[in-house]
Design a protein around this ligand. Structure first.
Ligand SMILES: Nc1ncnc2c1ncn2[C@@H]1O[C@H](COP(=O)(O)OP(=O)(O)O)[C@@H](O)[C@H]1O
Ligand SMILES: [Mg+2]
Length: 460
């Protein structure tokens, strides 16, 4: 048995945890924010929240409870002492001395009440460690039935303990049994973290703004729009900005050079062609000169197309263009050539494009359709991000394996198809050039009309 595997196989016992881990990661990725701003904010805030939770837990659970327990122990020790004195010295009538000493030295109010039943226990407060700490201590040190009120009056607590022949009622300050200033610590912590978050937000904002600006400038350049951009921010971002500007300049310089060179060459050739034509005219009309005349005309036409290709769309600025009018114009021209043209448009018709270039792009596609078919349909739709235009025809179409080739400059199928209408093979190359300089592209497909579908898609 042979086994062909592209990836090294894992031991079976690892497969399950690995799948679970991958699922977890992909789920995490789907809930994580996508933007840099939100992510960096998370990077700052998440550790802070974790740190604070841990600190609060440790502090509250350990330190706070410990202090409270110690304070409670001390308070209950005092009460136990009072009870011992009360039991050991019955000669103190009405316990006046004891009450006075307790008041002056222990800072608690005591009162011996006639024997009776203790009030029913109060409901336990939800968040109270003082209740538990005191109860524990009384049970441990005194071991008599008792009643506690830690809820009622805010800064006092009341304890009643059932003695042999009376009830001892103690009123003490809450702070005597409870580390009450711990709230201050929490407040400080929340306050400072709030300040920290505000500072972090302000700081991140100013750090991320330059990245967003660089992104916008690069996007605008990709769509062939001019953007006002000055590198700002941290050193790395500024350097990326300068590198971008340098790259943009180089590309622009390249285009300029190409245009200048090709225009020069075309211009020179044109002059020579004109001279040719003049010479031919001087020779006079013969069958030979007639053929030569036709050749010269073809050369001239190719030269014009070549010039158009070389010129590209350099220099033209993007402008708000009404696509509906635009398409209506195209339709009018196509119908003048005797074709049956349908046009539809969906969405907001105002789009930012370089009008003349975009027109040439679409005109080339429609022109191709015109020379291969009788029925043409132009359907455009615009959504939030893209303008998509389908140019459909009912002609012969282009076989799948040729659909990339036809975009190459000077590549023609018509010459071999024997239906030469005298093209130059530049139409699609120019159209694609224009679409790409708008940040989009052209693709070819099958048309529902039976022929070719050319799809222009540019970001808006
Ligand atoms: N709508 C179409 N239907 C069939 N073939 C097409 C269509 N559009 C273009 N083609 C083919 O693609 C080739 C390249 O087109 P293009 O670049 O416009 O050059 P040209 O039109 O000058 O020949 C053409 O030679 C033609 O064979
Ligand atoms: Mg063409």
């Amino acid at each position: 048995m042979t086994q062909i595997s592209t990836a090294p196989s894992l031991p079976a016992y690892l497969a399950k945890p690995l799948a679970a881990w991958r699922g977890f990661v992909s789920r995490l990725r789907s809930v994580m924010p996508k933007g840099l701003y939100a992510r960096s904010l998370l990077i700052v805030i998440l550790p802070m929240v974790i740190l604070q939770t841990v600190v609060t837990y440790v502090f509250l659970e350990r330190h706070w409870q410990l202090v409270t327990r110690q304070l409670s122990t001390a308070l209950v020790q005092d009460i136990a002492a009072v009870i011992d004195v009360h039991n050991s010295y019955p000669q103190d009538k009405n316990d006046d001395t004891l009450t006075r000493i307790a008041q002056e030295r222990m800072n608690i109010d005591i009162e011996f009440m006639p024997k009776g039943a203790l009030p029913p226990p109060l409901p336990k407060p939800f968040f109270s460690i003082i209740d538990g700490a005191l109860s524990n201590e009384i049970r441990r040190q005194i071991g008599r039935p008792f009643w506690l009120d830690t809820v009622g009056r805010s800064n006092l607590i009341e304890i009643r303990i059932l003695l042999d022949n009376s009830i001892l009622r103690v009123v003490a300050y809450r702070s005597a049994a409870y580390a009450s200033n711990s709230y201050i610590f929490l407040l400080w912590m929340l306050g400072t973290s709030f300040v920290l978050i505000v500072v972090a937000i302000a700081f991140l904002r100013s750090q991320i703004k330059p990245i967003v600006r660089l992104m916008n400038a690069a996007e605008a350049f990709g769509m062939g729009r001019e953007a006002d951009f000055h590198p700002r921010g941290a050193r790395e971002i500024r350097r990326a900005g300068y590198a971008f500007i340098e790259m943009k300049r180089r590309i622009e310089r390249n285009i300029e050079q190409r245009t200048a060179m090709l225009t020069g060459v075309s211009h020179d050739l044109r002059t020579i062609l004109t001279r040719f034509r003049l010479s031919l005219a001087l020779i006079g009309e013969t069958p030979e000169t007639h053929d030569m005349q036709k050749d010269i005309e073809e050369m001239q036409r190719m030269l014009e197309a070549y010039l158009a290709f070389a010129r590209g769309d350099s220099g033209e600025a993007a402008a708000r263009t009404d696509m509906r009018e635009f398409l209506a114009g195209l339709r009018g021209e196509a119908e003048r050539h005797g074709a049956d043209v349908g046009v539809s448009y969906q969405g907001d018709p105002i789009v930012m494009v370089r009008p003349a270039a975009f027109k040439r792009c679409l005109a080339n596609l429609v022109g191709n359709a015109l020379s291969h078919a009788q029925k043409i349909s132009i359907d455009a739709q615009r959504d939030l991000r893209f303008l998509t235009i389908n140019v459909d025809d009912n002609g012969p179409g282009i076989p799948l394996e040729r659909r990339e080739d036809v975009f190459r400059p000077f590549f023609r199928l018509d010459a071999s198809r024997n239906q030469d209408q005298g093209g130059t093979g530049l139409g699609l190359a120019i159209a694609r050039d224009i679409a790409r300089s708008h940040g989009g592209d052209i693709t070819l497909g099958d048309s529902p009309l039976g022929g070719l579908r050319a799809t222009v898609r540019v970001p808006v």
